[in-house]
Structure formats: structure tokens, C-alpha cells
Ligand binder design. Structure first.
Ligand code: GCW
Length: 678
């Protein structure tokens, strides 16, 4: 229904009667698998619902046997060969891949496994919902096996950095009774080919491991299973002591090892197909192996070994750093991940994957690519992205994130002077690793828009697309999302595409640029302008701004040496200010406010201009959206209008707060005389 956001991009809005629906859509749906908990069964009902809703046609569901003609056949390739006979040559598929053919009388949707068949059904429905009846025949496979989302849900039902209401999983310390929303989430995730969800916060509470909660996890897994989505959990490193009653949590202690393997056994009794563990150790106050003088690899391997009998995976986070002293010119939080993990390369078990945030600090509006991707050649890696807009407007600002993510995924790190795109590193291709992929912090909640805002859902949709194919195009992805979410009106498509593509550059301009990070409040809320919070504390998100100068000197020659963590060609580029792109100038160099950028502008004038132009663009979103009145149903029109109205005002608050702050600091007037009156 139009009023209801729960369907996300799976609304299956009716197509206008003029389309080819009736002639092109088969009369039967053949489901080559009968068990009700199988994704193939779900594919059958999804196809039936979708065809009815999109085309108004009733297709008969037939289980198990092949029908002579006019059918959509959905199942695995193996089942097809057994039940329906010959199949033309089709390309080799990876796990979860599928073959889709709409040529001839039948539609074939055939997975390499059950999950792949369901993905293919969603792909076919996505074509139809966009009025696309073209004849296609192709195979597609995932770029990587790990396509996960992380929820930062606490057992009390709150969500860390969640902006879409309380948890759909937990309440009052246990798993909620009614798992309807979990199933609906599973449906959305399956449609974008996500294959696992870590359901609890990385800042984990050991009481998740109580026997009651293990049963609850079993129920969550049962709810997700028909959608091919597995469950994983975050662990608290100290659990053996705080929850298990041992007097240690030393990862090499035999009773600790036994305790974890026993817990793992119990988990697999409740969740036989559990995806694995996610671990945040020795980071931001979380316990880890360090107090026992054990390495992070010894910590990770403890869990890896417990999981090996079950084929589970440990996602071990690279987000490890210490508080630092700003009076030390060479101190640099951005260096922490490589400092901690590079010496451990090759020491991790084969089922450990190091989960690396895209940049070296923390989900900022722009960061250089994390150099850790270039420093783990004998270790599995995955990239961590953030759909929840923690530093990026918390769903109250429109920020379509894939253009930001692409600055990292498409970055060529030139390891050993060879092409080394981040996307080829995390998929395992570049260094020949079997495991790899991506994880995104999503944080949906009970809000009927899921994320707290209709427009934010484009980020979840596109995340799934990129996890499958990191070479996918941000504009093409958002266009599919717009048509699936708001229908086929060309003006809606054009306007919302433009707004989406302009949104990250606009937010970047009014919230921080030239590589200075997001100038938001970093101490508590991560929301709204507060450039004063960056410096004079131990968090290491420093700008080192004063009356005459600004920026972090991260060069080898005179600074923190961070640029030296990159392979030679990249290090040389960043070491020299002449070859550092303007957009990372202040990340790598400490300069005068009057330093001239490659653009010809001074740093301070760039600040003023960018903040004005970013806020101008944000204001235009409101008018652009208003031009769509009557073309989008009223409920969603008003919801979005309200958000954009707020963003209009808040972008001006941002603009003025930042411009004013640096004007007061530098006393350098704005050439265009906008700022000088403060
Ligand atoms: O971005 C920071 C957040 C914390 C978060 C942490 C992490 C879950 O402010 O809320 O903790 O990163 O990624 O572990």
C-alpha cells in the first residue's frame, strides 16, 4: 500500500494497462521445491503476489512438476535438470548465483542453490515492476560470499546510532515474541541478496548467551531462514568471566577455550546454520586479548577454532585505536589499524575475516581509503560501510551514500605497482583469498519507514546491489530504487535522481571539506555543527586549526608518517602537497589558511564558498521536491517534504556555524562579503 513503508522497494505498484503485461506474463508458476521453509517456496508465493499486483493477472502455483508451456519456472539448476529435462548451456555459477531467461514461452529462474533462485525471482519482479518486458537470458553471480548487514541493537530494545525507532529483535533483555517485522526485514534483505544479519550491537552484552536468549536467537533464525538470510551474533570478549563465572577470559586459557566451544555448540543446537561471530575487541572500552598480553590474532583465532566444526566465520573488526595526546605532533589515530594489524598478517585462521571501515577514522563524510586494505595480503578482508547516517545527518538530511562509498571501492591502492582496486581486494580476487566481501551497519527499527525516513532506504537498497557487484553504478542503482519505490513517472525519476546525486556533495560542502572530516559534534551526538569538539581531546579527530594554519600533517617527512602506510605510488602522491587532491588537502597537510589550492582558491575562501554552495543546494531540494506534488502519494510526499524543510534550515545552521567559527578564528574576510558581518 502507498501509505505503508514496510514494503520498501517491493511495493509492486500496478502498471498502467497499456503495458505488455498480459501478453508477456506466463499463466503458471512452477515451483521446483515443495518444503515451505525453502527460499524457493517463498520465491513462488512472491512471484504470485508480484504478478497479481503489478499486472493484475492470476498465475497458478504448481509445485514440483514441469508444465508444458507458459510458465515461470523457479528452482535450482539441479532440480530443473532432474524434473524438466534439458537446459541449454548456461555459464558456470558461484554459490548464490542464478540464471534468468525470459526468452521463448517460459521464464526460467534457476539458482545455483535455493537462495539464488529466490534472488532471481526478485530480479524478474524488479524488471516487471519497472515495466521492463525485454527478452533477457543471463547468469549472474555474487562478487563475494560475505554480504552481511550489522545491526547495533541492544537487548533492552534500544539501538546504538539507530534513527528508525526501537529494535525489531529485542526488548527488555530478550527476543521479542512477535517476529513479523523480522520476516519482513528478511524479505527486503533477500531482495537485495544480503545473506546474513548480525542481530546485536558490536558493543555486545554477554547476556545474549543465556539459554532463554539462545532459544530466542533460534526463533529469529527460523524467521529469516525462508529468505536465505543467516543469523550471526556479536560477542563480548569477557563473557567467560562476566557471564560464565570463570576467573579469566584469557584466550589461551584452556577453560576459556572450552567455555567458548561449549557456548558455540549450544548456539548451533539452536541455530544450526548460524553465520558466525562479529567481534569488537580492545576498542573503545570493549574487553579484548590485550590485558593478557595476547595478540588480536590470538583473540580472533579463539572464536575461529570454536566455529570451524560448523563452518562459521569470525568477522573481526579492525576498528581498534587508543586515546592520544594532541601535543604530540606525530600522534595519529588514523595510523592505528595498520599499526595493530599489519604485523599480524598471515596469523589469522582461514575462517577469520578482518572487517575494515572504509576510512581510517570513523565513517566520515570524506576519508582517504583505509591503508589497511593494502597491508593484509595473507588475510581475508571485508569492507565495513554504514547505511545508518551516523555522522551524515541521521536520516534528517538527504544523503545518498554510494558516491561516497565508491571513492573507496574504486580506489586503486597500487599494491606492488599493480592494479589493486579496493573492491577487488575485499572480494578476495586481488590476493587470491577465498573469503571476503562487505558488511554494512544498517540499524533498521520498528518505524514503518524502517530507517526513519523514506529517502534513506535508497542507501540500503544500493548497499545490497554493491555487495553483489561493487562495480555497479550509483546513478543506475538509485534510478531502479526510485522507480520501484515511487513509480514510473519520468518527472519523479528525473527530479529524485538529481536530488540524490547532488546530496552527498552538498552535505560534504556544508559539513566539512578538503579532508577535514565531518565538523559535527564528535563527543556525544555526532549530530549538527560543532567544529570546536574536534581538538583538545584524546579522540584524535583533530583539525589542528589555529589563527593562521589548519590541517593534519600526515607526511613522512614532517608529520605523523601516515602517508607511508600506503604502497609506494600512493604514498608519494599524498606525501607531496602538489599531487594531493584538494579534497584531501587538510587530511594530509598542515597549511596556512591562505594556502592556494589547485583550484586557485585559498583554503579559507574554499570553506566559505563550499558552505554557501552546499547549503544552497540543500535548499533547492525542498523546491525540487515541491515540484512533485500530486505525483507522489500524499503521505510520503508530506513526510519527505517535512524532512527537506528541516534540512533547508539545518543546512543554513551548518553553513553559518562553520563559516562563523573559522572567520572568528582567522579574521580573514570572505571575498564575497557574506561572512564578514558576524
Ligand atoms: O562510530 C563509532 C560510534 C559508536 C560505535 C563505534 C563502532 C558501536 O560512534 O557508536 O559503536 O563507532 O563502530 O564500534
Amino acid at each position: 500500500a502507498a501509505e505503508n513503508g514496510l514494503d520498501g522497494w517491493l511495493r509492486y505498484a500496478p502498471l498502467p494497462c497499456t503495458t505488455q503485461c498480459h501478453s508477456k506474463v506466463p499463466a503458471n508458476i512452477v515451483v521446483l521445491n515443495a518444503t515451505e521453509t525453502s527460499p524457493i517456496y517463498v520465491a513462488g508465493t512472491e512471484l504470485q503476489t508480484g504478478l497479481k499486483s503489478i499486472c493484475g493477472s492470476h498465475a497458478e502455483l504448481i509445485h514440483g512438476q514441469c508444465k508444458a508451456s507458459s510458465s515461470v519456472v523457479v528452482g535450482t539448476i539441479e532440480q530443473y535438470r532432474k524434473t524438466c529435462g534439458n537446459l541449454s548451456e548456461i555459464p558456470e555459477l558461484e554459490e548464490d548465483g542464478f540464471w534468468l531467461s525470459t526468452k521463448g514461452n517460459d521464464v526460467q529462474i534457476l539458482g545455483s542453490n535455493d537462495r539464488g533462485a529466490l534472488y532471481g525471482a526478485f530480479e524478474y519482479l524488479s524488471m516487471l515492476a519497472q515495466g521492463n518486458f525485454s527478452e533477457v537470458a543471463y547468469a549472474t553471480s555474487p562478487s563475494a560470499p560475505i554480504r552481511w548487514v550489522n545491526q547495533w541493537d541492544n537487548l533492552d530494545g534500544s539501538i546504538e546510532r539507530g534513527y528508525g525507532g526501537p529494535s525489531i529483535f529485542f526488548k527488555n533483555g530478550t527476543v521479542v515474541e512477535d517476529l513479523t517485522r523480522v520476516k519482513q526485514y528478511g524479505r527486503l534483505l533477500a531482495s537485495i541478496r544480503i545473506n546474513a544479519v548480525v542481530v546485536n550491537n558490536v558493543n555486545a552484552n554477554a547476556s545474549l548467551l543465556s539459554s532463554e536468549n539462545l532459544k530466542g536467537l533460534g526463533r529469529i533464525a527460523d524467521a529469516f531462514r525462508p529468505y536465505g538470510v543467516k543469523v550471526g551474533i556479536s560477542l563480548n570478549f569477557a563473557s567467560p568471566e562476566t557471564f560464565g563465572g570463570l576467573d579469566t577470559y584469557d584466550p589461551l586459557n584452556s577453560s576459556v577455550i572450552k567455555w567458548w566451544s561449549n557456548i558455540t555448540d549450544q548456539l548451533y543446537q539452536n541455530v544450526p546454520d548460524m553465520a558466525g561471530y562479529l567481534v569488537k575487541g580492545d576498542s573503545e572500552g570493549q574487553p579484548g586479548p590485550e590485558i593478557y598480553n595476547r595478540t588480536l590474532a590470538q583473540g580472533a583465532n579463539l572464536f575461529a577454532k570454536a566455529l570451524q566444526p560448523y563452518g562459521g566465520i569470525v568477522m573481526f573488526r579492525a576498528f581498534v585505536y587508543n586515546q592520544l595526546n594532541e601535543s604530540d605532533w606525530k600522534a595519529d589515530r588514523a595510523k592505528a589499524a595498520v599499526d595493530f594489524f599489519k604485523p599480524l598478517d598471515g596469523e589469522f585462521e582461514e575462517n577469520v575475516v578482518i572487517q575494515i571501515k572504509y576510512g581510517p577514522i570513523d565513517f566520515q563524510v570524506r576519508e582517504p581509503t583505509s591503508p589497511l586494505f593494502a597491508n593484509l595480503l595473507n588475510t581475508n578482508t571485508a569492507i565495513e560501510l554504514e547505511v545508518t547516517q551516523e555522522y551524515l545527518g541521521q536520516q534528517s538530511h538527504l544523503v545518498y551514500l554510494p558516491p561516497l562509498w565508491k571513492t573507496v571501492l574504486d580506489f586503486d591502492l597500487r599494491v606492488d605497482h599493480k592494479p589493486s582496486l579496493v573492491r577487488d581486494i575485499v572480494t578476495g580476487k586481488r590476493f587470491n583469498r577465498k573469503l571476503g566481501g562487505s558488511a554494512a551497519v544498517v540499524n533498521v527499527g520498528t518505524n514503518t519507514t524502517w530507517l526513519g525516513s523514506y529517502l534513506s532506504m535508497s542507501n540500503l537498497y544500493a548497499y545490497g546491489r554493491l555487495a553483489w557487484n561493487p562495480a555497479d553504478d550509483p546513478e543506475a542503482m538509485v534510478q531502479d530504487w526510485i522507480q520501484l519505490t515511487f513509480g514510473l513517472d519520468p518527472t519523479v525519476l528525473k527530479t529524485l535522481t538529481r536530488m540524490s546525486m547532488e546530496s552527498w556533495p552538498a552535505y560534504l560542502n556544508y559539513s566539512g571539506n578538503l579532508g577535514i572530516q565531518t565538523l559535527t559534534d564528535i563527543l556525544y551526538t555526532h549530530y549538527g555543527p560543532n567544529p570546536a569538539t574536534q581538538d583538545n581531546n584524546g579522540w584524535g579527530q583533530w583539525t589542528r586549526a589555529d589563527h593562521t594554519t589548519v590541517g593534519m600533517d600526515r607526511t613522512i617527512s614532517n608529520g605523523t608518517g601516515y602517508s607511508g602506510q600506503y604502497p609506494e605510488e600512493i604514498a608519494a602522491m599524498y606525501e607531496n602537497i602538489d599531487t594531493t587532491p584538494d579534497n584531501l588537502c587538510l587530511w594530509f597537510h598542515h597549511v596556512n589558511w591562505t594556502h592556494h589550492l589547485h583550484s586557485g582558491k585559498t583554503v579559507i575562501q574554499h570553506f566559505y564558498d563550499a558552505h554557501y554552495s552546499g547549503a544552497d543546494t540543500a535548499q533547492s531540494f525542498f523546491t525540487q521536491w515541491e515540484s512533485l506534488k500530486g505525483k507522489v502519494d500524499e503521505e510520503r510526499y508530506n513526510h519527505v517534504r517535512h524532512r527537506l524543510d528541516y534540512q533547508t534550515g539545518h543546512s543554513i545552521v551548518w553553513r553559518d556555524a562553520i563559516s562563523n567559527f573559522y572567520y572568528n578564528m582567522t579574521s580573514i574576510p570572505d571575498d564575497s562579503k557574506r561572512v564578514s558581518h558576524y
